[in-house]
Ligand binder design. Structure first.
Ligand code: DX5
Ligand code: ZN
Length: 228
């Protein structure tokens, strides 16, 4: 399994964001997870497309390879901001289906702008819509905390949901990433991988620590022992 680690810059030092992005990339991370909160769909407010464009030039490895920016929209409505993030350099854009009046249309907006599209499911949100759009998406995000804040504890019922999504992805035969977001640490990442996840968001676990490489290496070592 080709695992990806996606640090959430929600827990980074906002006064040094460009440097923080460079540092997690130097520590071996694969994607930059960019949490967009609107103080309406979720009870918190973060950053918009201007910050995404400002960070875009920093999202590359020392040898110049682009590192994907994984935008997680926790906003309502979805479509106009999704377009703005596509123009600001996002590579993947995920939104919550319950925040969009027309899920299929929002996916088309994202794909029409040349980005990969993802659907994010809250802990108590059923997966029903997935059946009808699985042929159109590139990413499923299973929330293992309620969206809005970093540093919360992993909600165990997410594991069952990850198993369900993994089955749907396998049945679809499509190349769809299964990302898990919230409460991921080096000591639970293996359980989450065993349930079927292949992409792991981690905010406080990485940015809260003095040595980013040490955390990323511990996560990769745990993933090496995963069963899938
Ligand atoms: C929660 C965000 C997550 C969050 C993860 O609303 O979507 O990406 O930053 O943070 P940790 O890893 O600290 O749970
Ligand atoms: Zn997120």
């Amino acid at each position: 399994m080709n695992y990806r680690i996606a640090p959430s810059i929600l827990s980074a030092d906002f006064a040094r964001l460009g440097e923080e992005v460079k540092n997690v990339i130097a520590a071996g991370c694969d994607w930059i997870h960019f949490d967009v909160m609107d103080n309406h769909y979720v009870p918190n407010l973060t950053f918009g497309p201007m910050i995404c464009s400002a960070l875009k030039p920093h999202a590359k490895t020392a040898t110049g390879l682009a590192v994907p920016i994984d935008v997680h929209l926790m906003v309502q409505p979805v479509d106009a901001l999704a377009s703005a993030f596509a123009e600001a350099g996002a590579d993947l854009i995920s939104f919550h289906p319950d925040a969009s009046g027309h899920v299929h249309r929002s996916i088309q907006v994202i794909k029409g702008k040349g980005c990969k599209a993802g659907l994010a499911f809250n802990p108590a949100e059923p997966l029903d819509v997935l059946d009808w759009v699985i042929d159109d998406i590139d990413l499923v995000v299973i929330m293992s905390v309620n969206p809005g804040f970093g540093g919360q504890s992993f909600i165990d019922s997410a594991l069952r949901k990850i198993e369900d999504v993994r089955r749907s992805i396998s049945a679809s035969g499509k190349d769809i990433r299964l990302e898990v977001d919230g409460g991921i640490k080096a000591d639970n990442i293996r359980r989450v991988a065993d349930a079927g996840a292949d992409t792991f968001v981690a905010g406080s676990a990485i940015f809260g620590k003095p040595d980013y490489s040490a955390v990323v290496n511990a996560m990769r070592a745990a993933l090496k022992t995963a069963q899938v």
